[in-house]
Design a protein around this ligand. Structure first.
Ligand code: TXA
Ligand code: MG
Length: 340
């Protein structure tokens, strides 16, 4: 199959109406979309992505009114969030109506809904009579795409069309809020929309704490966003820089640092800006991942605002501290060099 990247909305709409999958732009990351009311079309998303079917999908709508067609009941705080933050990078998980195919929700009685804030995506949604089910347009477990070329790298030959909407403005996935046992709002996934802003609108939002073996938002699974190169999250990269003698080392820091010989250094932000850092995050993962490095060290970003979501992604893309120590020990026995 030949994979095209282009800006033809009519072509994208016509493929989707014919139960095909199409990669589409959103303000967060690129999605792999299909008719959310057509179980066979949605099944193709899981096949193309190699995504396990227990992981439910988000339904994307052009407006709040259309999203309400699939929602059975909605606490008043959720309605408030829709009014204040849609269109935007906010997903709400709410009790579903029976018109949602169970493949979309992985058999759950809730559905994830979102009105995205991307001009091209909104135009496309307005041309369709159904919502678009769409996970991020990457192979399962890999880094989410924030440019059309990223989608092409992962899915070429697997899909026929990538609708080009430029680079994603946010660069990390939407923030997900669900309903707790007492009908209260619960943060299921930190993301592009700062939780503080949501709290300014509706009051305190607690984070979901893991009580079950199956996470209620499987995006919270470990290792979900990982580059293929082993990556480790550290407080201060300077502690590890002596490793450069025998390891091909990549560094991903928040701000630009002084360049060090023999190291591949990348910064998330030129201007010490967390929004810019979020926007660049996945592109930097990909840049470092093709350099054939032995390891990548991530440095934590300031833990405030969307820095919380960025640190969450960095943590999930990293191996544990124990694995880092083991990794370094094994490397040393291979190279016979001095311990760090
Ligand atoms: O920004 C985004 O949210 C992007 C763009 C394309 O909209 N989409 C995205 O989709 O990140 P995905 O599939 O990679 O992540 C959706 C998350 C998953 O962690 C899934 O488990 C959770 O939403 N989710 C979906 N339906 C759910 C439900 N009924 N209950 C709990 N979690 C749900
Ligand atoms: Mg994803």
């Amino acid at each position: 199959m030949i994979t095209c990247i282009d800006t033809d909305l009519l072509r994208a709409a016509s493929l989707l109406k014919n139960s095909e999958v199409v990669a589409i732009p959103t303000e967060t990351v690129y999605g792999l979309a299909a008719n959310g009311f057509d179980a066979q079309a949605v099944d193709k998303i899981f096949k193309v992505k190699e995504r396990p079917s227990f992981n439910p999908l988000i339904l994307h709508f052009p407006c709040k009114k259309s999203a309400m067609q699939v929602v059975d009941s909605c606490p008043s705080w959720a309605e408030q969030l829709m009014n204040d933050f849609w269109p935007g990078p906010l997903t709400l998980v709410l009790p579903k109506k029976s018109n949602v195919p169970s493949i979309v929700t992985a058999g759950k009685n809730t559905v994830a809904v979102r009105v995205p804030q991307h001009r091209v995506m909104l135009q496309l949604l307005q041309m369709l009579e159904f919502p678009l089910a769409a996970p991020s347009a990457n192979l399962f477990g890999r880094t989410s795409p924030t440019k059309p070329e990223h989608v092409f790298q992962d899915l070429k030959g697997r899909i026929s069309y990538i609708l080009d909407g430029g680079n994603c403005a946010c660069g990390i996935e939407s923030t997900i809020i669900g309903v707790g046992e007492n009908q209260e709002p619960v943060l299921l996934r930190p993301g592009a929309l700062d939780v503080q802003l949501l709290e300014n609108s509706i009051g305190k939002i607690n984070s979901y704490t893991v009580k079950h073996t199956h996470p209620i938002a499987p995006g919270m699974m470990d290792q979900h966003y990982a580059p293929s190169t082993p990556a480790f999250l550290v407080d201060d990269v300077s502690d590890y820089l002596t490793a450069k003698a025998h390891l091909k080392l990549g560094i991903l820091s928040f701000e630009s640092r002084e360049k060090l010989d023999g190291l591949e250094m990348r910064a998330l932000s030129e201007k010490c800006d967390l929004k810019e850092a979020a926007c660049n995050l996945y592109a930097r993962f990909r840049e470092l991942d093709v350099l054939d490095l032995d390891i990548i060290l991530f440095e934590k970003v300031p833990h405030e605002g969307i820095g919380v979501a960025i640190n969450d992604k960095l943590t999930r893309a990293s191996k544990s501290e124990v694995e880092l120590q083991n990794f370094l020990k094994n490397e040393l026995s291979i190279t016979g060099r001095k311990p760090l």
